[in-house]
Design a protein around this ligand. Structure first.
Ligand code: GUN
Length: 285
């Protein structure tokens, strides 16, 4: 079998087009655009690119997007003042504090200042709790994007065996919850799982979110599986690659996401969806 590529770039564009229509409807109804406020502290080059892209993407779909920048030596109090101001601002629907924050700033304390209702990253304990209880709330963007990719591939989740490799609060755990809610039988594996290869070979749906270049080998993939590769790593030669050895896995998988161009573009598209959901929920619909 040769896998079909799950084109995240094209599907993300479709999501953005959907959001653009919904934003126009929101503006007609409420007389203002949904507002996304992104906070960047410091000069991390990757974070600068990500936050600029988030600001740009929000404006492109008709939202009010703003990027707030603080210097790398900003105090924790200064960051908290900014986030608290956004929390109190009625025109702000979504707040995203780009991670990592510079050393010396208590990340947890800053994230806790983002109210659950504006938590478009889905990191707030209340949103994590709602997700775990199977109740509506704001779901982290990357997991949301992965579920959309599975839906677009037509992957049957009910009764399927899903293996999530990685147990982070941002990706692994929330994806596992979402798969479970769709009636998959979910295993969460990680770096200390015994015989990880054998666990992966059971997977009809394999989600790789470990952050280790090409760790998941081709012969770990079940024949006909759908493989979602969340990893963004660099090879020793400096090339971008995922957590899966994609070329080898393609001989066995039915569907696989490329890196780049798979999960990556979905994350920002789903951030836009979350901002719209937050805006609607705040205004009571
Ligand atoms: N840094 C890397 N990924 C993310 C993310 O999804 N959200 C935030 N806030 N920061 C990040």
């Amino acid at each position: 079998m040769t896998a079909q590529l799950l084109d995240g770039k094209a599907i993300a564009q479709k999501v953005r087009d959907e959001v653009r229509l919904d934003v126009a409807r929101f503006v007609a109804q409420h007389g203002r655009a949904p507002g996304l406020d992104v906070v960047l502290v410091g000069e991390d080059p990757a974070s600068q690119v990500y936050t600029r892209n988030k600001e740009k993407a929000s404006i492109e779909v008709g939202m009010r997007g703003r990027l707030h920048r603080l210097p790398a030596d900003a105090t924790e109090e200064a960051v908290l003042d900014l986030v608290n101001g956004l929390a109190d601002d009625d025109e702000v629907d979504g707040i995203l504090v780009q991670l990592p924050l510079p050393k010396g700033i208590n990340e947890q304390r800053v994230l806790d200042a983002v109210p659950a209702s504006k938590d478009v990253d889905g990191f707030h304990p209340l949103n994590a709790g709602l997700l775990s209880a199977g109740r509506p709330g704001l779901v982290p963007c990357t997991p949301r994007g992965c579920m959309r990719l599975l839906a677009e591939a037509g992957t049957k989740l009910q009764g399927a065996r899903a293996v999530v490799v990685g147990r982070s609060n941002i990706v692994g755990k929330p994806i596992a919850q979402l798969l479970l809610a769709q009636h998959a039988t979910v295993t969460i594996a990680h770096s200390r799982t015994r015989d990880l290869a054998a666990v992966c070979r059971e997977a009809d749906v394999l989600i790789a979110a470990v952050g280790k270049a090409k760790m998941i080998q081709g012969d770990w993939v079940k024949e006909g599986a759908t493989v979602i590769d969340v990893g963004i790593n660099r090879t020793p030669e400096g090339k971008l690659c995922g957590d899966v050895d994609t070329a080898a896995a393609m001989d066995r998988a039915a569907w696989i996401t490329p890196v780049p161009g798979g999960v990556g573009p979905m994350t920002i598209a789903c951030l836009l969806e979350n901002t719209l959901l937050a805006a609607r929920a705040r205004l009571g619909n």
